[in-house]
Every structure is written in C-alpha cells, then in structure tokens.
Design a protein around this ligand. Structure first.
Ligand SMILES: Cc1cc2nc3c(=O)[nH]c(=O)nc-3n(C[C@H](O)[C@H](O)[C@H](O)COP(=O)(O)OP(=O)(O)OC[C@H]3O[C@@H](n4cnc5c(N)ncnc54)[C@H](O)[C@@H]3O)c2cc1C
Length: 531
C-alpha cells in the first residue's frame, strides 16, 4: 500500500468520525482521519479563553447506553461528574436530580397554570410512560459495543431477556412519531403552557424524542476538564492504535470509481473504504460518479435529490460571558446546566409564523421591524444556560464565572441580515437583549460584572463544522426524512448507494445527537470490518 493509500479514510473528525477511526485502527486497519479544522471533535469540543473554559458545541453528554459502553470497550478511562439539570420558568426553579423530581416539575407547571391542572396531570402520566420506555431503550449497554461472540453472559442474562421488551417499546415509540407541537395540542388547550413545555425543542421534533427529555436530563454527565475531553480521549486512542490524523485538511472532491479523495491543496488520497462523517449534502455535491455502474449511479442520483431537497434543522445562537463574580452566586440560583424561560407567556407564533413572514418579505421589512420582533423573541424564549465551573470548579479563574447562554436560532434570518450588511449590528442587538432579559430575571448580579463577552451564530457553526444551515443535530424534522429514522433498522443508516462509501454521524440517522453519532460511527466501522 503506497504512502497515500489507506484501508479506510474517514472524513470528518467530529465524534462520529473519531469513533469510526478508533474502531478501525484498533482492528489493525491502515486508517486516515481527515478533519478540516485544527482541532478534532466538531460539535463535541471545548476551548479556553482568558483562562475561562467553554464548550463550543454540546454542553454536557448523555450516556444513552452508548457512551460508557463505548469507552469501556475501547478501554478508555474518562473521569466524569454527574451534570444535574435545573429547569426554571419565571420565578420558579427546580433541580432535577432523580426520577421523583418529575413531581416537582408537575407542581411548577400547576403553580404557573393552575387552571390546567388536570391536563398537566395527563402530561405527567405520559412523561412517566415515556420514561419507562426510555429505561427499556437504554436499559442495557448497547449490544453494538459488546463482544457478542465472547460475552455469553451478556447474551443470555441481558440481551435475550431485553429483546422482547425492546420490540414492544419500539412499537410504542413509533406511534409517538408525530411532531411534538401537534401531539401537545391533543392533550393541552392553553397555548402558553404548550410553549413552555416544548418551545426549546427543534421545530416538529417527534413527540417521543421531545418528551423523553426528562429522562435525558437525568442521564447528563460532564467529563472532568470539559466535554472536549471525550474527543481528546478518542483521538489519543486512534494514535495509540496506529491510526493517522490529518487536521486543517478539507476534502473537496470524491472520485467514486477510482476510490480517491482530493483536498483543498489538490493532494489525492486513495481508499478501499470511505467513511463520510461530515455534512451529507456536501458529500452528495462533491462526489464525481463518472465511471461507476449505471444501476448504482441511478440510485445515487435518486438519493442525491432527496438529500439536496432537504435542509438542516434548527441552529443555535450562543453568548459566552466571562464574569467577575464567584461561582457560588450562580450556584445558589440553579445547577450548572439550566433550561430557563423568563416569561410564562410562551413564544406563541413569534418564532414560527411571524418570523416566517418576516423572512418571506425580507426585502420590504425594516430594521426596526426586525428589532421589535427580536425584543419579543428574547423576552419570551427559553435559554439553555451552561456554567462549566459549576460542573468542574477547575475550569475558571478563582472568584470568577464563565457562562454560556444559548437559544435556538433560525439560520435564514442571520443569512439574510448578513446579505443586507448589518450582521454585526444585529448580533450586538441580540447579545444586549439576552443580557438584559437574563439580568432582569434570574441573575441580577450579571450585568455589571461582565469582563468580556463574545458569541457564535448559526453562520459561525456552518463555517466551523461545515454543517448545512448551521444545524446542530442533523436534518430538519419539517420535511420527509432522507435517512433512516427507525431504531430497529439503524444498522442500515450507514449505507450509501456506493458500496465502498459509508456515512456516519448526525446526518446519517435521525433524530441524532452525540450518542447516535457515536453509534453510527461504530456501525460504519462494523460494516467495513465484516467485508
Ligand atoms: C449548542 C449545542 C447543544 C447540543 N446539545 C446536545 C445534547 O444535549 N445532546 C446531544 O445528544 N447532542 C447535542 N448536540 C448535538 C451534537 O453535538 C451533535 O449532533 C454531534 O456532536 C454531531 O457529531 P458528528 O460527528 O456527526 O458531526 P460534527 O460534530 O459536525 O463533525 C463533523 C466534522 O467534520 C468536519 N468536516 C466537515 N466537512 C469536512 C470536509 N469537507 N473535510 C474534512 N472535514 C470536514 C467538521 O469540521 C467537523 O469536525 C448539541 C450541539 C450543539 C452545538
């Protein structure tokens, strides 16, 4: 095999690509992992600024029966803390540390919406049922990470008794596939209450996925030193197993018939198998299919149309704050991972219909109209607030606090404003509004103590990880899904129409997040190793 020729090339050094490369190199393959950025990890990444530690992507991790089994299987030691979540609306804040705290959530909702008590009780019963399903779904270590040939005890004591429950649960889940907004309408009349429950989910999130979040809150953990430590550990594993890592290298063409990829400097790399663990629309745009069999080409073109017609799901706007105030002041209010809604009114149509109208008529809309909309959008929204120092106190300078405040944001709005030439002004208006809303409500000590601040927009995400529409969990739920979205056939999600090319990560399966990205990374490796 010549120097630039590999058994497998993995493109995309996010968590999916890292997982694939780790397993393939552990199996003795000659592996090259190519990443366009200097750092690996993609959306599982941390950075330090002025001595403050921040997460660039996901704020904490959910095991989901996947991450810990993967670490165990790869013999990776990762020191972790539990990452308890708080939920707050208006002046009511609760900590969620055990399954019983679902009742605190019920009380919180009833306090805010006393007239809807019986509907809230119905909702809580549904969430309880979903939590039971989640216990089945994630109840055993994911078999994909077990050595089923050798671990007979796992097969007989765990896997076989679990399978019938799993099949039953999958049936239940599939029946709750309708968008959460529509599902909630069938049980809750008050639109504000519906918003408070669901407005921090992506548009049209499947109801099961959205309402399972209470289980996921209990599952969150945080690696000592930050979320990026997970990516770092996988990167080290690849090196330890003899895999090769290439950063600051962007693949701009795939020649399918010759099994070649070309980077931005026109360097060519040859593969037997390719795992594409990055944006899928990009893959379908840059594959040259000349010379491949007609039947495969036809299937490829059909899939390409489906992919390119679709779009990425919601993106996020994140404000990073370095604050001259000790961690304790914030710790008294809520945990270091906090979903907070300052007003119980709910976003209503602000985020959906009104924004759509603004975007459709963007040419005619004035700056003032957009800023008036922005006022409402920030006052009524739900924020994900992460304070890394409350999870691991070593992550901030003594006596100070680093905070990340984020909200779901529409890529198209930022894109239009950028085209109109006032993106920096808009970002600063948004930053100020977020600061005002949070200082006027949950953290009054915040505003006068900020040392410095900066933010990432959906456009920054698109630029950094090459994610279509700045999406943070893959495909939008608004259109028909161009990839597999049923857990019982997740095995097929990594296949593409071209036999030597596999796909992995948040674009390969929906709904996805870190655990599914890891799972597809492993599934792609399995397929290659089985060949
Ligand atoms: C703010 C935020 C909160 C989140 N919260 C959660 C959560 O609570 N739970 C959860 O499960 N998930 C969450 N996620 C989502 C989760 O982080 C992602 O779904 C997951 O990390 C995706 O991993 P990936 O490897 O598929 O993709 P990515 O992380 O996007 O990795 C793709 C990699 O490919 C590289 N690349 C792209 N194009 C090329 C190219 N042409 N050549 C070479 N390299 C290329 C990119 O630079 C990137 O490193 C969140 C994300 C964000 C941003």
């Amino acid at each position: 095999m010549s120097e630039n020729s590999y058994n497998t090339i993995v493109v995309g050094g996010g968590i999916a690509g890292l997982t694939s490369a780790a397993y393939l190199s552990r199996a003795g393959q000659k592996v090259l992992l190519i990443e366009k950025n200097k750092e690996f990890g993609g959306l599982v990444n941390s950075f330090t600024h002025d001595g403050f530690h921040f997460e660039a992507g996901v704020r904490a991790l959910e095991d989901a029966g996947i991450i810990f089994p993967m670490l165990k299987d790869l013999k990776i030691q990762l020191e972790v803390f539990k990452s308890p979540v708080s939920v707050g609306v208006d002046n009511e804040i609760i900590d969620i540390e055990s399954i019983n705290d679902l009742l605190k959530y019920r009380e919180l909702l009833i306090k805010l919406f006393p007239e809807s008590e019986s509907e809230i009780n119905d909702l809580i019963k549904i969430i309880q049922k979903i939590m039971k399903h989640m216990n089945v779904l994630y109840g055993i270590e994911n078999p994909v990470f077990k050595d089923l040939k050798r671990d007979k005890s796992f097969i007989f004591k765990k896997l076989i008794p679990w399978l019938p429950k799993f099949i039953f649960t999958v049936g239940k889940i599939n029946r709750m596939n309708m968008p959460v907004e529509d599902y909630l309408k069938t049980i809750i009349k008050n639109p504000s209450l519906r918003d408070i429950i669901a407005q921090h989910f992506f548009k049209k999130t499947p109801a099961f996925f959205a309402l399972s979040y209470f289980s996921l809150y209990l599952d969150y953990f945080y690696p000592k030193g930050g979320v990026g430590k997970l990516s770092e550990a996988l990167k080290n594993k690849i090196l330890e197993c003899g895999g090769k890592l290439l950063s600051e290298t962007k693949i701009i063409e795939v020649k399918a018939d010759k099994c070649l990829v070309r980077d931005q400097s026109n360097i060519i790399y040859k593969y037997d198998n390719l795992v594409w663990a990055a944006d899928l629309k990009t893959l379908y745009r840059i594959i040259d299919t000349q010379g491949i069999a007609t039947k495969i080409k036809a299937k490829f073109e059909e899939t390409k149309i489906k992919m390119l017609q679709n779009r990425g799901g919601d993106s996020v706007f994140s404000l990073f704050l370095e604050v001259d105030e000790p961690l304790e002041s914030f710790g008294k209010v809520a945990n270091g991972h906090f979903f907070y809604t300052p007003s119980k009114t709910g976003l209503g149509e602000t985020h959906r219909q009104v924004l759509n109208n603004l975007l459709i008529n963007f040419e005619k809309v004035t700056k003032e109209q957009i800023l008036t909309w922005l006022d409402k959008f920030t006052k009524l929204n739900t924020f994900e607030i992460s304070i890394p120092g409350l999870k691991d106190p070593e992550l901030v300078p003594s006596g100070k606090t680093g905070i990340i405040i984020s909200l779901l944001a529409e890529y198209d709005l930022f894109k239009e404003i950028q085209k109109a030439g006032w993106l920096n002004e808009f970002v600063s208006e948004l930053e100020n509004r977020i600061l005002n809303v949070i200082s006027d409500s949950v953290y009054p000590m915040l505003k006068d103590k900020i040392i410095t601040h900066f933010s990432f927009t959906p456009l920054s995400i698109e630029n950094r990880v090459g994610s279509s529409e700045g999406a943070i969990v893959g495909w939008s739920f608004e259109k028909s899904m161009p990839v597999v979205n049923k857990i019982q056939i997740s095995d097929r999600s990594v296949l593409t129409p071209i036999p030597s090319i596999y796909q992995a990560g948040q674009w390969a399966y929906s709904p996805a997040g870190v655990p599914m990205s890891i799972l597809t990374g492993k599934l792609a490796a399995n397929k290659i190793l089985k060949k």
